[in-house]
Design a protein around this ligand. Sequence first.
Ligand code: SF4
Length: 176
Amino acid sequence: MNRQSEKESFAFYESYPGHVMIFRWIVLAVIFGLGVYVLSDIKEILGVAYVIYSVVALTFILPLSRCVSCYYYGKACNTGWGRLAAYLFPKGDESQYVKHYSYAILLHLLWVIPFFASFFQLLRRKEIVTLIVFLSYLLLLLVERVTLRKVACTRCHQKYFCPAVPFRKIGVDKSN
Ligand code: SF4
């Protein structure tokens, strides 16, 4: 192993530390909570449907489309989901990680739906509260992307080829 690759492998997390996971969970939980609020505010049944879809997405779609073919399968990734996936499904082929990324649209619905729902509420009601909710949701999504990149992607084994890296420039960033 040359000095450059030693430096890079040292920089990768084999397992993410607890504080990164806790931070990621707090950010994601706040976004999820606001999403439930937005949909429930339109109609309670929409909030319930969103929660059910989230459970299905996180226990089937995410593990099967990403975690089983991820380096962090069975390990603590930045959300700890790699460990959970190992309990739910057998290990897949890591070379299929990028190919399976096309299923991500089903995961993106988790934030796309509340985003458009909050925009719909803003157009419908034109109140200061709905404007605050819409802008807060937008801001939270941005914070989530920026912090994912800063606290997780920069130390991730997948970072040079993972299509989920926010602001793709990280793919050529070898300074971390
Ligand atoms: S590179 Fe970033 S988005 Fe991709 S698996 Fe790693 S932490 Fe997740």
